[in-house]
Design a protein around this ligand. Structure first.
Ligand code: 1PR
Length: 555
């Protein structure tokens, strides 16, 4: 067969990662932006990826005139693969966008996951395919796949029976108490709700099987012991414990872009002329953590509060290179805001984010601007005007693409009446014996404090459209003293979107504590990995040995 794969591009999210994954497998990618290009190309393999809002995706598909050419392609019997919203588009509709219609190959409407049992929506993380039906295209019930979505084809026994009667083979997954279609196939159609291009080696294998049309790929032979350790126990609504490696990046005094790491955000050496700590090169370190099994990599440009014209931003190149060989989600933060470029043009935050998405980022993280947005939200008495970066990026790319990065400091007070922000009673009184405290938001990497609590910030940002919270803690940063569990519990109580625990992890047991003593959705580490004290694999092995399921991704 030809080594060219055509990918429909209606400017919906991060296509760069899919391109990288396909190229990594030895194929050439041609993006198809116009229906006529699809007709002229007469492809042998077509992929229809989609991210973000259902209505946005199908409306783009239809208004650009893709409906008939895609249907004609499908009628021709040649292989097509839908990914994420690309799978959803095969259905008739979604409650996410009641006014929009899909391609209608499956006469059902997608619905939203429920929030029962503390389940966060969107589902963000690594889930498995259930074992109760024959699988296809290399999917393996002992592997994990990366899901990020709020809406799905939720199954009932009746719908499942009807789908089977209509000739569809489905691979199911379970999120909390809801079973949904993780993947489906019928004839030449194949699709996945998960992102194979972001699912490590397991996902690359699925894409490869599709491209080579190896529908009935045998499973690897697992020992009983391996099965027991790898199989899903559904104790965490089906998701593995997500481990994130974080790289704080900045230019050092010699002008090199380095990964650094602070103690309470101070990244300068105490001796040696107080240079910026240099712990390695961003792309190399990220690659190393991917190979060690990191479930996600986060890059934070920690000096982005300085004026940073777009064309000078070094993170674009870092992302481009990292995304070529790293097939798990990449988040980039620092400087996601409206920017005035060197020539005086104003670049809105959504365009800045778009550049990052096009370079391979899956999510952007917003720090300083999230605080400004929350302040504006409360000034307007809880009304949103649609103009903040959280809102504009969330609208264009979906809530799952917008993380807010929070840099709080603990503040003790004599009584809750001393602040307008929500207080809680701590088990760790300060030197004066005070037990009431709140967490104060800071901006510009902790350089400036604001009269806004993290509880208030998180609630406002969720309402504005953020999909996840990256919860740092200046007091614990670089301390190796473990996470601030009280902070995590407070923020988990405030929001229903996923919360990433960050700051303070110094050993694998700290991750265990983060997961067992709070309901954190992911745990992030930086210093312990950069210093080489532990690898990501060490942490995962430890968690597995202590009863917590993790993703193990072998080639
Ligand atoms: O405000 O939108 O431009 O974003 C700036 C971003 O840079 C924010 O996400 C902010 O958290 C981050 N940042 C700014 N200054 C620093 C600094 O360290 N001086 N880093 C900084 C934040 C915290 C985590 C760290 C964890 C875990 N660093 O990234 O990785 O604390 O560390 P540990 O495991 O070693 O304890 P904007």
């Amino acid at each position: 067969m030809s080594k060219v794969v055509h990918v429909i591009d209606v400017e919906s999210g991060n296509l760069q990662s899919l391109r990288n994954a396909i190229e990594h497998l030895g194929y050439e990618v041609k993006l198809v932006c116009k229906p006529q290009e699809l007709i002229d190309a007469n492809p042998e393999r077509l992929i229809m990826p989609g991210v973000g809002n259902y209505g946005h995706f199908v409306n783009e598909l239809f208004s650009r005139g893709f409906e008939q050419p895609v249907k004609d392609y499908i009628s021709s019997g040649k292989p097509i693969m839908g990914i994420c919203v690309g799978q959803q588009a095969l259905f008739s509709g979604s409650v996410e966008s009641p006014l929009s219609s899909g391609l209608g190959y499956l006469p059902y409407t997608l619905s939203r996951f429920n929030n029962e049992n503390g389940k966060t929506v969107p589902q963000i993380g690594w889930n498995s395919i259930t074992e109760d039906s024959p699988l296809f295209y290399g999917m393996d019930p002992y592997k994990r796949y990366y899901f990020v979505h709020s809406y799905a084809m939720i199954l009932t026994p009746e719908i499942e029976a009807q789908l089977k009667q209509d000739g569809w083979s489905i691979a199911k997954a379970k999120y909390g108490n809801e079973e949904f279609v993780a993947s489906l196939t019928k004839g030449n159609i194949f699709s996945t709700q998960f992102h194979p291009e972001k699912s490590g080696h397991a996902g690359l294998h699925v894409i490869d099987c599709f491209l080579q049309q190896r529908k009935s790929e045998p499973l690897p032979s697992y020992t009983e012991l391996q099965r027991q350790s790898l199989q899903n126990d559904y104790s965490n609504n089906g998701l593995t414990r997500r481990i994130i490696a974080c790289l704080d990046v900045r230019t050092n005094d010699q002008g090199d872009l380095v990964v650094t790491k602070g103690d309470q955000y101070d990244v300068r050496e105490k001796e040696n002329g107080q240079d910026v700590r240099n712990l390695g090169k961003p792309v190399e370190l990220a690659q190393k953590y991917y190979e060690q099994g990191a479930d996600e990599i986060t890059f934070l440009n920690i000096t982005s509060f300085r004026d940073c014209p777009l064309k000078d931003t070094p993170m674009l190149e870092v992302l481009k290179l990292a995304a070529k060989t790293i097939f798990v989600p990449l988040t980039v933060g620092g400087g996601i805001k409206d920017i005035i470029d060197t020539d005086g043009t104003k670049v809105p935050a959504v365009e800045v984010a778009n550049l990052y998405f096009r370079s391979g980022a899956d999510k952007v993280s917003i720090g300083t601007d999230a605080v400004y947005a929350a302040e504006k939200f409360y000034e307007a008495e809880g009304k949103c005007d649609g103009t903040t970066p959280i809102e504009t990026i969330s609208k264009a790319y979906g809530a799952q693409a917008v993380v807010i990065s929070v840099d709080p400091k603990r503040v003790y007070v004599d009584a809750p009446t001393q602040t307008k922000n929500r207080c809680f009673e701590t088990a760790f009184p300060d030197a004066q014996g005070r037990t009431w405290c709140w967490y104060q938001c800071t901006i510009k990497g902790g350089r400036e404090t604001r009269d806004l609590g993290v509880w208030e910030l998180a609630q406002a940002c969720e309402k504005l459209g953020a999909g996840e919270v990256l919860l740092n803690c200046i007091d614990r940063d670089g301390s190796n003293a473990g996470y601030d569990l009280e902070l995590i519990r407070q923020v988990k109580e405030a929001v229903s979107i996923p919360v990433i625990a960050s700051s303070g992890a110094g050993k694998p047991a700290d991750f265990e504590q983060g997961f067992k003593e709070t309901t954190a959705d992911a745990c992030l580490g930086a210093g312990l990995f950069h210093r080489g004290d532990y690898t990501v694999k060490d942490v995962k092995d430890y968690l597995l040995a202590h009863g917590l399921k993790v993703r193990v991704d072998t080639k």
